[in-house]
Design a protein around this ligand. Structure first.
Ligand code: ATP
Length: 233
């Protein structure tokens, strides 16, 4: 795999810190309770637990698309409840996300999909063209960069979604079941991509049901069960 020039933040402030965090949807029961944990810079962890245990909810908390109903949560050292929308947007830009359903835009080519987060930041194409091309080659899609997502296989879409999550050189990468739609061989290759990213300095959190995948890489495991988090260092 080709090296990609990352310049992540190497400070030792936790990327994410939860202190007794709880969350409920509307008037329903608490789906997550008393969560206290940190994600350190440059760390790698899996998030596991049975279906409905709250893995996606935990990722949405970190992405700030769901707010805690109690407790204190900090992102990059800043307390979430005290910061305004504009600052939240700045913090969100430091994260890359691979969603379970990819969320590629079907009317844009792979190149355009991957470049989109940089276009949103109003970067000129001349500044990012080489980088987008290089990253697509890095994930094995160099030959496919001008095609539209609907003609791609699940695994190709998955890799494009991963490339789009990496293009901003995030300090934190969140991935929700990133190997859910691919065969075991491709799952191993995708895991290697995440490990490589981690070695380049990004903190990585991968939510997965896949015990075989977790057995492939010796990393911290966060296990959600009955609304509580158990940590296997
Ligand atoms: N928008 C919502 N409104 C109400 N309840 C919700 C909402 N989203 C999730 N829940 C509930 O919160 C709990 C946790 O759901 P979540 O999707 O976080 O679990 P998960 O561990 O990611 O599940 P899976 O592995 O099946 O994707 C479930 O009981 C679910 O029904």
């Amino acid at each position: 795999m080709k090296d990609f020039a990352f310049a992540p933040d190497f400070s030792d402030i936790p990327v994410v810190h939860f202190e007794n965090v709880g969350v409920r949807y509307g008037l329903g029961p608490e789906v997550l309770r008393d969560l206290t944990f940190s994600i350190e810079p440059h760390s790698f962890q899996f998030l596991s637990g049975p279906s409905g245990a709250g893995k996606t909810t935990l990722l949405r908390l970190i992405l700030m698309s769901v707010r805690p109903t109690r407790g204190v949560m900090t992102l990059f050292g800043e307390e979430v409840s005290r910061i305004d929308q504009r600052r939240l947007a700045d913090l969100r830009r430091r994260m890359g996300v691979v969603f379970q359903d990819f969320r590629l835009l079907d009317h844009l080519t792979l190149y355009e999909n991957v470049a989109l987060p940089l276009r949103v930041q109003e970067m000129e194409e001349a500044r990012y063209r080489a980088e987008v091309t290089e990253l697509l080659a890095w994930v094995g899609l160099g030959e496919r960069m001008h095609v539209l997502p609907p003609v791609l296989s699940g695994g190709e879409k998955q890799r494009a979604a991963i490339a789009r999550a990496l293009i901003t050189r995030p300090d934190l990468l969140l991935a929700d079941e990133p190997t859910g739609n691919v065969d075991p061989g491709l799952a191993r290759r995708l895991l290697r991509l995440f490990v490589e990213l981690h070695r380049l300095g990004t903190a990585v959190l991968i939510a997965t049901h896949d015990l075989a995948l977790m057995d492939l890489y010796d990393a911290r495991r966060l296990l959600l069960a009955d609304g509580h988090l158990h940590i296997d260092a």
